[in-house]
Write a protein of this length. Structure first.
Length: 409
């Protein structure tokens, strides 16, 4: 085998790839972090940084730096039903702590990337086009820069952190578009939406069911990140144009039109795919691992992927370090990554998938939100789902428990 240029090559410098670079670099590995974009770059997102992301940010000592960007500090969730009944679930200790941030991805990702730069060699504006194999083992990458020049780098390990359209995953033979396990969502920024608080707002408006419409305050004066999303197969079935749907809701929905009457859309409505964890995909290969969206780790109900992406970076780093210790980069030895990760988040994926199916029954959601104040257990479960403060896998969501929670007074 050729001499390795690096110990680990990480493809993609979003929150997952940058977090992985920080963990690996801190452990003394020679890391190459590559991104096709030049930072700061934007990423289409709702910008909500949930409790799970907060845990990793704490681990990386980045919470205060995110707070200093002016990101909104979130202290509650407002949920409204298709019938327009709203329930508010608030942080019981707002003076002591806050639950998460809404931080525009251009700022958030750049902050984590700048931290990664301290621990890795970084190359921006370099698109990975292919993998280099030695028999069936991945041993490096082939890339092209903005001038069309070719580059090749050899490493002991390759980590695919290149998002929902991952080239690394495709070159490893994965089919990325799987409609029942993929959502599609659009978002735009608006100035001047009325009635915003420090809560993130999830509205199960009729037009978007079985998905939801959101309003998240960004912390930038009176600005909000506004968007909607649904499963790809639901969108295909209804043949709905999400950009048009969003404009229609803002203009005509009885709950929204008053709040948006003086609001100004900034820029275009943009969309992107969300590969969901409802059917965990293959993420371990000889000499390579996938993390974040490249591994399909987005919560099937809430649509959050930053926290799971950064968590997967932490778990992957631990397993890669052990592989260096064992000097064994085989799929079998790296398999612990998938096992450990699914041990941590597999239960959540199952429960979130059940909740996602629950959304298909509109009457049940109307009923549930109406009853939400009657059942603390139910309230806590939903708060946990949206903010990820309490892992929802602690609650066994069977039709029986749901029913008991719904009828509790
Ligand atoms: C509309 C929308 C709303 C969302 N809202 C939320 C939310 O509020 N909260 C939340 O937690 N999650 C949300 N998500 C999900 C979240 O955006 C993703 O889960 C998250 O970005 C995953 O991070 P990542 O680092 O794995 O991938 P990404 O953030 O996608 O980063 C991948 C990086 O790889 C680079 N790259 C891609 N291909 C190549 C290549 N060939 N060579 C080199 N570099 C490459 C890209 O430039 C990019 O920088 C939302 C998603 C969408 C679409």
């Amino acid at each position: 085998m050729q001499q390795a240029d690096f110990d680990v090559i990480i493809v993609g410098a979003g929150p997952s790839g940058s977090a992985c670079a920080i963990y690996m670099g801190k452990a003394g590995k020679r890391v190459l972090l590559i991104d096709k974009a030049t930072f700061p770059r934007d990423k289409t997102c709702g910008d909500a940084i949930s409790g799970k992301s907060m845990a990793i940010l704490k681990d990386l000592d980045l919470v205060d730096r995110v707070a200093k960007t002016g990101a909104a500090k979130i202290n509650g969730v407002l949920i409204s039903s298709p019938k327009g009944i709203a329930a508010e679930i608030d942080n019981p200790k707002p003076d002591e702590t806050f639950l998460g941030f809404v931080c525009k991805r251009q700022m958030f990702d750049n902050l984590v990337f700048q931290e990664a730069k301290k621990h890795a060699t970084v190359m921006e504006g370099l698109a990975v086009m292919d993998l280099i194999f030695d028999n069936s083992r991945v041993v490096g990458i082939k890339a092209k820069d903005a001038k069309g020049q070719d580059h090749e780098f050899i490493s002991r390990m390759v980590v695919g952190a290149d998002g929902a359209t991952s080239v690394v995953a495709q070159k490893l033979g994965l089919e990325l578009m799987d409609p029942p396990n993929t959502s599609i969502a659009v978002r735009a920024y608006y100035d001047g939406v009325e009635g915003m608080t420090n809560r993130i707002e999830i509205h199960f408006v009729d037009e978007v069911m079985p998905g939801y419409f959101w309003i998240f305050p960004t912390g930038d004066k009176n600005e909000a990140n506004v968007g909607l999303g649904m499963l790809v197969d639901a969108r295909q079935e209804r043949n709905v144009n999400l950009v048009k749907l969003m404009d229609e809701i803002v203009e005509k929905n009885p709950l929204m039109k008053g709040r948006f009457k003086n609001a100004k859309k900034k820029g275009k409505i943009v969309g992107w795919n969300l590969p969901l964890g409802s059917k965990p995909r293959e993420m371990v290969f000889d000499g390579a691992l996938l993390i974040g969206d490249a591994a399909g780790l987005i919560d099937p109900f809430s649509g959050e992927g930053i926290g799971n992406g950064m968590l997967s970076a932490r778990v992957a780093s631990k397993v890669i370090l052990k592989a260096f210790y064992d000097n064994d980069f085989s799929k079998q030895n790296l398999g612990e990554y998938r096992d450990e990760l699914l041990k941590e988040i597999g239960g959540e994926f199952k429960n979130s998938t059940r909740l996602q199916r629950f959304l298909k029954h509109k009457w049940l959601l109307n009923f549930a939100i109406k009853r939400i104040h009657a059942s603390k257990e139910f309230r806590d479960m939903l708060a946990g789902t949206f903010i990820n403060e309490s892992p929802i896998d602690r609650i066994s969501i069977t039709p029986g428990t749901l029913w008991r929670m719904l009828i509790a007074r």
